[in-house]
Ligand binder design. Sequence first.
Ligand SMILES: Cc1cc2nc3c(=O)[nH]c(=O)nc-3n(C[C@H](O)[C@H](O)[C@H](O)COP(=O)(O)O)c2cc1C
Length: 158
Amino acid sequence: MAFYDNLDTVMKHFIKKGGFLTAKAGEQVNTMTISWGFVGFVWGRPHFICFVRPQRHTYGIIERADSFTVSVPLGDMENELEICGTKSGRDTDKSQVVRFIPAKSVESPVVEGCGRYFECRINYKDVFDGEALPDFIKTANYKDDFHHMYFGEIVEAY
Ligand SMILES: Cc1cc2nc3c(=O)[nH]c(=O)nc-3n(C[C@H](O)[C@H](O)[C@H](O)COP(=O)(O)O)c2cc1C
């Protein structure tokens, strides 16, 4: 399957209901709900770009990881999305909320039961520069907790 197949439907679900961003570093694995992200093309390669605030438990893991996965439910996983988007892996074992299963090509697992998967190898990361953001975006979104962004090359889409 090409990474862009049926992308309109996938992104509609992702933006409206969310997807699971999962990262593994060493023995630590965690997932959290995200709904901000881009699927696109850069350096001649397909990428998923996701955005993670530094206070997330996932941040400490993805910073040490070389991959992440995005699992987008196309059916009903609203309860799991709600829990993984409101509880932190610091005090909730999310492997009791969703079932992690091995990915095909990267170390970070995927979440069982989702309709679309992106397995991504991290090629680049950066953090938003607050000075470069317009005030209306800073005021609406930030108190010095600028998102870190991760450019993950999509090595598997299915
Ligand atoms: C629908 C939805 C979308 C979200 N999107 C993002 C996002 O794109 N980036 C982010 O940093 N947090 C996002 N969050 C918040 C995290 O999912 C939430 O803070 C979560 O509890 C973090 O889990 P963790 O501490 O285990 O990493 C979203 C939450 C919801 C409910």
